[in-house]
Ligand binder design. Structure first.
Ligand SMILES: [Fe+2]
Length: 269
């Protein structure tokens, strides 16, 4: 698919979905999530987002990152169209991407990142798997292990995704770069470029951890969801090799607070 075909396809799909209003709501919600608690009095974040980004939290850990510039209205609209295209092609991946947005935004807030960075985290999380539209569904939904050739095809989704995003709107080039880096490992053994540590944009390090966490804790047709504790243990096992340890710690703090809150609510008073 050329980028021009991609844009034409997304426009058709988005026009149909916009009539139902679903993507206007998604856009509004993404903006609320990205704006975070600073605008809480002026916006109404979803209940899930409020619980993920707990305001009783200890002072956030600071992670170095340059804020960069905010994206314009057209870039947001084009990102939304790509999300619509992904939903049309592979509903599970679109649903998973929306969950990753929610978790990743809470982690970005926990890390004390500025608003422009949180905005990029939201958009990159939404679009991190858009390249999977060029991977055959039989491979994406395969219940068993992938063959080496199938795995190579799946691995290309970061590059295809980046190409689709930047081809749709050059204004989204930074988001494309984050998506391309969203499977780079902290120890430099990831793909496609083998970037390591802080060479990997913080947005991509956050998306990578949250992507893995959501994948582990989600139900698939061929397996049950993992319990939160098991998924966190797996992330910690790979902290410092696959994942950025600070990002893993931030997600762990969020999940533990959620768990405490749930058990407080369950306590008889
Ligand atoms: Fe993903």
């Amino acid at each position: 698919m050329t980028s021009a075909q991609g844009v034409a396809a997304t426009e058709v799909i988005c026009a149909a979905q916009a009539r139902r209003g679903s993507y206007h709501r998604l856009l509004a919600r993404l903006r609320e999530i990205a704006a975070g608690s600073r605008n809480a009095r002026h916006s109404r974040p979803s209940a899930n987002t409020r619980s993920l980004a707990d305001k009783d939290a200890p002072p956030p850990r600071r992670v170095t990152s340059s804020p960069g510039h905010r994206l314009d209205e057209r870039a947001w609209r084009n990102a939304r169209m790509l999300a619509a295209l992904l939903e049309d092609e592979h509903a599970y991946t679109a649903e998973h991407s929306t969950s990753v947005v929610e978790i990743a935004c809470a982690v970005a807030e926990e890390c004390g990142l500025p608003e422009a960075v949180r905005e990029r985290v939201a958009l990159a999380a939404l679009l991190h798997d858009v390249g999977k539209i060029v991977v055959p569904t039989e491979i994406l939904d395969k219940p068993g292990p992938l063959t080496p050739r199938e795995f190579e095809l799946v691995k290309r989704h970061t590059l295809s995704g980046a190409a689709i995003i930047v081809g749709t709107d050059p204004e989204l080039a930074e988001i494309a770069a984050i998506v391309r880096a969203s499977h780079e490992r902290f120890d430099g053994r990831g793909y496609p470029l083998g970037l390591a540590g802080e060479e990997i944009p913080i947005e991509a390090r956050i998306v990578f951890v949250c992507d893995a966490y959501d994948a582990m804790t989600s139900r698939r047709a061929y397996r049950r969801p993992w319990p939160e504790a098991l998924a966190l243990a797996e992330l910690h096992r790979s902290a410092g090799t696959q994942f950025d340890p600070q990002v893993v710690d931030a997600l762990t703090a969020i999940v533990r607070r959620q768990r405490r809150r749930r058990s407080d609510l369950a306590e008889p008073h």
